[in-house]
Design a protein around this ligand. Structure first.
Ligand code: NDP
Length: 333
């Protein structure tokens, strides 16, 4: 299939072009709002075409799918245009700025009959899939709590709109909490009901939060504790799932790389659990292509993207108001 990149982005350059080409896909064209950026990006990555106009890209009947990795406020309109043109869409998280926008994108894709996926890479990792399987198999009994450690240091080359532009969807909540919401839903197979939260700017954020801590209540009664930040250089990342019969400690797994350790601790002792170490983004592409071929499902679908955004927005609202928020998943949930 021939692909269009919408957005001349870091994530496309560092991960997705390689993942697409590794799956035998042709990256045909990159669209950027700035002609020189599009041309430089195309030259740097061996892409045949560079465009500034999205409609010109979408008018090409040879383009089968679109990967959207522009800044967050652009995803909605770009996805709707791509869907209207009959293209399959792999869209970056957060899907949009509001739940209603995200729901509109998902409904449009359904109406048009195209594949629509959210690029939540963590659920594509062997470590997260293994943790989910351990929980589903009952290896830790009834789940009591999940703790998500995702306070990292935002690299210098990403310290742009993320740290100073609310209009572009900046802030650690739309950037990382949205991923953690997907991780919790994926591992526990249930959707947060309500959240409480505090957020702050701890040295990097200008006009947006760069750190947040929150607690979520799940329908089963399990509690989730989440910590996301742009300012923690040495904290490391990970997750812990604690149950009545055991605990899972997954250290160093909240990352773009297939790394980290998964350990199961029960009354029998401590067991290091092996897991597949495939490329996360290659798995996302493989799952997307299986969905296009009708032989499988996307890793994270549109509803997953709506739900992760809904949780993240509830966290921000809870932190802004100091009040517990019931998560509003909208009509599509
Ligand atoms: P970038 O900041 O690298 O690029 C985003 C857009 O910003 C580009 O499409 C471009 O717009 C514009 N831009 C980039 N660099 C410049 C520049 N030097 N001067 C002017 N404009 C510039 O974004 P990221 O790759 O960090 O993120 C893109 C999207 O991907 C976001 O939605 C983010 O949330 C998501 N993401 C997802 C990840 C995942 O693992 N799933 C990981 C990282 C990001 P234009 O092309 O229109 O000119």
């Amino acid at each position: 299939m021939r692909w269009a990149l919408v957005g001349a982005s870091t994530i496309a350059a560092e991960h997705m072009i390689g993942a697409l080409r590794g799956a035998g896909q042709v990256v045909q064209v990159v669209q950027s709002t700035t002609a020189s950026r599009a041309e430089d990006f195309a030259r740097a990555h061996g892409i045949a075409q560079a465009e500034t106009r999205l409609d010109a890209v979408l008018a090409d009947a040879g383009i089968g799918a679109v990967y959207i990795s522009s800044t967050n406020e652009k995803h909605h309109a770009q996805a709707l245009a791509a869907i209207a043109a009959g293209k399959h869409v792999l869209c970056e998280k957060p899907l949009a700025m509001t739940v209603a926008e995200a729901a509109g994108m998902v409904a449009a894709a359904k109406g048009k009959g195209v594949v629509f996926a959210t690029n939540h890479h963590l659920r594509c990792s062997g470590s997260h899939r293994t943790v989910r399987a351990l929980v589903a198999e009952g290896r830790i009994g009834r789940v009591l709590s999940l703790r998500l450690f995702h306070a990292v240091h935002l690299p210098g080359h990403l310290q742009g709109w993320r740290i100073d532009s609310p209009d572009a969807g900046g802030g650690v909540i739309p950037d990382i909490t949205v991923h953690d919401a997907d991780v919790a839903r994926f591992i526990l197979s249930e959707d947060p009901v309500s959240v409480v939260a505090e957020m702050t700017a701890s040295g990097m954020g200008r006009g947006v939060e760069d750190s947040v801590m929150s607690v979520w209540t799940m329908p089963s009664g399990a509690m989730v504790m989440a910590h996301e930040s742009f300012t923690h250089a040495f904290a490391g990342s990970g997750l812990e799932v604690h149950g009545t019969e055991g605990s899972i400690f997954a250290t160093g797994v909240m990352t773009q790389q297939p790394v980290g350790e998964v350990v199961l601790v029960t009354a029998k002792g401590r067991e290091v659990i092996p897991y597949p170490t495939h490329n996360l983004y290659a798995q996302a592409v493989a799952d997307f292509l299986a969905a296009v071929a009708g032989t499988g499902r996307v890793a994270a679908d549109g509803r997953d993207g709506i739900a992760s955004l809904a949780v993240a927005l509830a966290v921000r609202q809870a932190a802004a108001t100091g009040l517990r928020q019931v998560v509003d998943y909208g009509v599509a949930a």
